[in-house]
Design a protein around this ligand. Sequence first.
Ligand code: PLP
Length: 459
Amino acid sequence: MRIPSVNELKEKFHQLFPSYPLSYFTFPARKVAQIIRERWQKGEISELSEPFLESLIRKTFEDYETPHLKRVINATGIVIHTNLGRAPLSEKVLSEIITIGKYYSNLEYDLKEGKRGSRYVHVEELLKEITSAEGALVVNNNAAAVLISLNTLAFEKEVIVSRGELIEIGGSFRIPEVMKWAGSILKEVGTTNKTHLYDYERAISDKTALFLKVHKSNYEIVGFTEEVSAEELVNLAKRYNLLVMEDLGSGCFIDFSKYGLKKEPTVQETLKAGVDLVTFSGDKLLGGPQAGIILGKRELIEKIRKNPLNRAIRIDKLTLAGLEATLRLYRDENLAIKYIPVLSFILAPKEKLKKKAQKLYRLLKGLNLNEIEFKIVETIGKTGGGALPTLELPSYSVIAYSSKLSPSQLQKYLRAHKIPIITRIEEDKMVLDVRCLFDEDLEEIKRAFQNLKNEYFSR
Ligand SMILES: *Cc1c(COP(=O)(O)O)cnc(C)c1O
């Protein structure tokens, strides 16, 4: 078999897509030549028919033209899913990002004085207003916030941490390692399940800089446990002239227990307990863009701001625009819940979820897909994102099952949809949890099942 040359293939691409210049096809043409060669070597093809070549060219070009980073549909029921991009943003927030991205802005320009200004002022006052913190600084993400805080306040000094809080998050953020790269010396105290105030006190030496508390984020220790509260640590720290820092991880401004969910300490409460510095993410429970937020005592924040490392982890202007817009919504809790998708998904009333599940069910039933059964069931979702780790969110799902396709085949098919649909499998059934579905997602799921019908079950 003769494999067409790259130039010949480029010509063929050009015939099918004449609006692009010939030179545009070099890379996809090489790709097609490579696919043909590989298939031929494996013995999968022995001759090259025109229809086969044309469909290969079309498919390759479609892949080439599709952005690699793309929207997916989250039918997992996990609201803050790190693999799926954590917090989706509302139009209100996105429109600010578009404006700041499209035009010039006063990012680092003081409009009153007509001279150089600071990028941090745009959210500093807002953060202080919402949380009553003395000082505020924002950086690229929470990992960076922890790194720069430790590096500034405890370089070559000892940091005392409970063994119950030496966490790893998402496979790469490990407290002991971050501490090492910050130049701090880790001094672990207590045991996995129990740490007492005297454990912290006995560990103090003349090299100690601070006590660090870390939100356990993705697990909980249950049973015979004891940990020291922020208040107790603050009192102890005062006696020895030390600092207390808390990595809240998710960090939320809203008291979820008001809405019938489990109590998660708010950022405001943590600051009120007297903690000198708190750090948390912008894109977990807060529901904004990726950022790391550092709040606390004014003089500590000033020191951190001046650390040269700050330049390397600084927040980008688009993020800043999105963060400011998100924070403004928190001036009124009802606005926040209405317009921040993470909050509205977590606090969605069961009745509303039931209606959404019924709507999805009706759409799918309407396809008359005899080979697939659909059913509405009650399921349990999670907040995810290292927040409320054991909290269960009662939810509704549509399950889909077929004697012709296994749950994992079904799952794989939906994942290959133009807008990939990410589901989970529970008790050997594929589950579409409706909690994190947007209205427009429902029609798209229907389209995916319609394609499935056309491809598998129409002959
Ligand atoms: C998620 C988390 C981090 C990392 O935050 P990023 O914003 O992902 O960098 C650090 N500490 C805790 C406790 C967390 O939960």
